[in-house]
Design a protein. Structure first.
Length: 120
């Protein structure tokens, strides 16, 4: 059974369609409640091409992408800039590699753990 809800997030209205799921795959973690600490930021994930996917350390907006597909990057090199709560956070390459894919563009809204760039 599907249900449609209208929600507002940060002043922007969204229409969301929910469908009942009878089986769940994987694990589900409960969000932190008041007084508890939130989980640590996501670490880079292994990509399907053998490299790493650099992910967003927090929800925010991508204000700049500093690399292009094919660029070689050094460990610790700036690859993107994320704005969250009016503060800019530099997203750095966890290891040296070559940019194989860029998953977001300037102005994109990202959530914790969303892929930003992949390194091979």
């Amino acid at each position: 059974m599907k249900k449609i809800y209208k929600i507002k997030v940060n002043g922007k209205a969204y229409e969301v369609e929910l469908q009942e799921v009878t089986t769940v795959e994987g694990t589900v973690e409960a969000p932190a409640t008041l007084g508890e600490t939130a989980p640590a930021p996501a670490t880079p994930k292994k990509s399907m091409v053998g490299g790493e996917t650099v992910t967003a350390p927090m929800p925010g907006t991508i204000v700049d992408i500093k690399v292009r597909v094919g660029d070689s990057v050094a460990k610790g090199q700036l690859v993107a800039v994320l704005e969250a709560m009016k503060m800019e956070t530099e997203i750095l390459a966890p290891d040296a590699g070559t940019v194989t894919e860029i998953h977001v563009g300037k102005g994109a809204a990202v959530n914790l753990g969303d892929a930003i760039v992949s390194l091979g």
